[in-house]
Design a protein around this ligand. Structure first.
Ligand code: SF4
Length: 329
């Protein structure tokens, strides 16, 4: 089992309150190990029947509500907070709290924040419950902590496609609590401020700078290669919260105006096998989740670009104005 905790009473109460007879459960990959145990508890305690979604799930942009519509009375979605999307079945969002063992990781991060007074505290959904304790810890160490809500996000919360909670925050540096480098990279590129990572999974504090340089070098190489492309594929997601149809049509026109070819391709899962049939295309633009082009780039033979990177390829944006792609709900 993992270090995550759920509020099971919240789920049982909601099922009873709503008189739900059939309940759908949806988890991101890392939490699926809890599925059968939770299903057993729900069926045992409420008499409702449970349907577990076995499909991959990446965020609140990617609910099973459209496929489970008409099958379940209530969908319980774990690990993400709701987005401003019109969900098709009543949905309960249950936060999955990662249990941090101690403040040790924050003590480690303090070494990187020397001389900084105003700190922007940022995290992802699974550590939101820890923000208050972390803020107290920083304040006890003489720092001022600033957080704000973003568009569709809670104070201090970022998504891989939404950095609005850190933009225009008047701080000297950001402290990001969580795993991986993608979110801190987005914070860095959105704000140009120092970003320190307190990673509870690796039990390590680090500066994002080294990673930023490496990723930007890779992005520069992909953009340079795509400048030779004549035929582009524009990938549009059928996941409700990732579908940017208007943007895709605009990009097609933009490419066409440069005398090049562009084809609109609509799909649910973007992965290397799903692009294999389009061998005649030279590069792809991802209008779906912004993480795909950056995080998964090495898995693809052809360049995968974000819409902003396409603008650089076509000479409509300077490399110096590089921006992360964000989904504006
Ligand atoms: S689009 Fe990507 S980053 Fe945004 S919520 Fe969905 S999975 Fe997360």
């Amino acid at each position: 089992m993992t270090n995550y905790q759920f509020n099971i009473h919240q789920i049982l109460n909601k099922i009873r309150e709503q008189g739900a007879k059939i309940v759908g459960l949806q988890f991101p990959e890392g939490l699926k190990v809890h599925a059968t145990e939770l299903a057993h508890k729900i069926e045992d305690e409420t008499g409702a029947m449970v349907l577990i979604s076995g499909d991959p799930c990446y965020g609140a942009c990617d609910l099973s509500d459209n496929v489970m519509e008409g099958m379940v009375d209530l969908l319980v979605h774990f690990g993400h907070t709701p987005l401003p999307i019109d969900y098709k079945v009543p949905t309960l969002f249950v936060e999955a709290h990662y249990q941090l063992e101690s403040m040790e990781i924050l003590k480690e991060a303090l070494k990187f924040l020397e001389g900084k007074k105003k700190i922007g505290l940022v995290t992802t959904t699974q550590h939101l419950h820890f923000l208050e304790d972390a803020a107290h810890f920083l304040e006890e160490n003489g720092m001022e902590v600033l957080m704000k809500a973003g568009v569709g996000t809670l104070p201090g919360q970022v998504l891989g496609c939404n950095f609005s909670s850190v933009q225009d925050l008047p701080v000297d540096a950001f402290l990001y609590m969580g795993s991986g480098n993608f979110h801190p990279l987005g914070i860095k590129l959105s704000t140009q401020k120092p970003v320190i990572i307190a990673d509870p999974y690796l039990n390590q504090a680090r500066n994002i700078d080294e990673f930023t340089d490496r990723i930007l070098r890779i992005r520069f190489a992909r953009i340079t290669r795509a400048k030779e492309a004549n035929k582009f594929g524009i990938l549009i997601s059928s996941k409700e919260g990732q579908c940017r149809w208007e943007l895709a049509k605009d990009l097609k026109k933009m490419i066409y105006n440069e005398g090049k070819e562009a084809y609109l391709i609509f799909m649910n899962e973007i992965n290397p096998p799903s692009l294999l049939p389009y061998m005649d295309l030279d590069a792809f633009i991802v209008t779906a989740c912004p993480r795909i082009a950056i995080d998964d780039s090495k898995m693809y033979k052809k360049p995968l670009l974000t819409p902003q990177e396409l603008e650089i390829v076509l000479g409509r944006r300077e490399w110096e104005d590089y921006e992360m792609d964000e989904i504006k709900y």
